[in-house]
Design a protein around this ligand. Structure first.
Ligand code: PEP
Ligand code: MG
Length: 325
């Protein structure tokens, strides 16, 4: 089965009716590049930078971060590399963080909230990212946004990093795009305020499902209630993808759903053309893309989005033909 998949490694990823689909990789650092190359990914759709320092005592300084970003950008050449700013807190706690009693870590000081509360640390990361941008095609992505002011403060810090680097005579790519992760229901329900401020969006379905259904994704006792096919979840995902089409902004999915072949046809039918996943899933997803006809899928998926009986939704998604759910 694996060697069969290997044969489509260099096949252009497009649907039967000629729609081009981009298959990107999720990585945790330069160590994953071998796998990304083996799968011939179209780019890196999510570089989880917090793994640079989770489990260590000290934060990486600007130089160490620069090297880690540069290594990935260089290895990917002209292919896009989407680097996410630190997503610490909740299930990805920092060792050096003074242990604060957090009643609800998933609802607490994590991701962009944490970064904005440590502006010096955040600025260091943004400087390292911009400096690395001369080595490839960098895009910067911001996790867990919910408020317009969080985007504005982030863009303000990016401008400050740019101004500092200019003053120092350091080179960077002026065209680096900034994008938003859509993983809080409030964000998925107020996309207008994002499309005015960012250049691309990426749906983090892992968190979007957790926050929509109020299910702690790390709590085994409620994991059976975690359901990507809940009608509320599907509406938020489809709405975000369609807003991207309407406003002409690229939208990706980079949560687990993007790497699960059971959901590929559903997502294609919603209009999704950018998928990012663990590199080991890329060829399996490509196989689904190659047999898909989006012209046929789109009306079927529109019907699924109008269903409000979970059993019917499940049955209809199964009948699209992606395999076991
Ligand atoms: C997500 O939430 O879907 C996501 C891709 O981010 P993470 O799993 O790192 O929180
Ligand atoms: Mg997330």
């Amino acid at each position: 089965e694996r060697s069969k998949l290997h044969r489509i490694k260099d096949t252009h990823s497009a649907t039967l009716d000629g729609e081009e689909v981009f298959l990107h990789a999720n990585i945790e650092g330069p160590k994953d590049i071998g796998q990304v190359r083996a799968a011939n990914a179209d780019g890196v759709g999510l570089y989880r930078t917090e793994f640079l320092f989770i489990g260590r005592d000290t934060l990486p300084d600007e130089e160490e971060q620069y090297e880690a970003y540069k290594a990935v950008l260089k290895a990917m050449g002209s292919k896009p590399v989407t680097i996410r700013t630190f997503d610490v807190g909740a299930d990805k706690a920092l060792k050096h963080q003074p242990s604060r009693i957090e009643p609800n870590p998933a609802l607490g000081l994590r991701a962009i909230r944490f970064s904005l509360s440590e502006p010096k640390m955040f600025l260091t990361q943004l400087r390292a990212l911009l400096r690395a941008s001369v080595h490839g095609k960098l895009r910067i992505m911001v996790p867990m946004l919910a408020h317009a002011k969080e985007i504005d403060q982030t863009l303000g810090l990016v401008d400050r990093a740019r101004a500092e680097l200019r003053a120092e005579g350091a080179k960077f790519d002026e065209r680096v795009e900034i994008g938003a992760m859509i993983e809080v229901p409030a964000a998925a329900l107020s996309l207008g305020m994002f499309v005015r401020r960012v250049s691309f969006m990426s749906i983090g379905t892992n968190d979007l499902i957790q926050y929509t259904l109020a299910i702690d994704r790390s709590d085994d006792a409620v994991v059976h209630l975690y359901d990507p096919l809940h009608p509320a979840v599907l509406k938020l995902i489809a709405g975000t993808i369609q807003a991207g089409v309407r406003y002409g902004l690229p939208v990706a999915v980079c949560g687990e759903m993007a790497g699960d072949p059971a959901y590929t046809l559903l997502l294609l039918g919603m209009g999704l053309r950018h998928f990012s996943m663990h590199p080991s899933n890329i060829l399996g997803i490509k196989q689904q893309v190659l047999r898909a006809d989006v012209g046929e899928l789109a009306p079927k998926v529109q019907r699924i989005l109008r269903m409000d009986e979970p059993a019917k939704v499940r049955d209809a998604v199964l009948r699209l033909g992606g395999g076991v759910i």
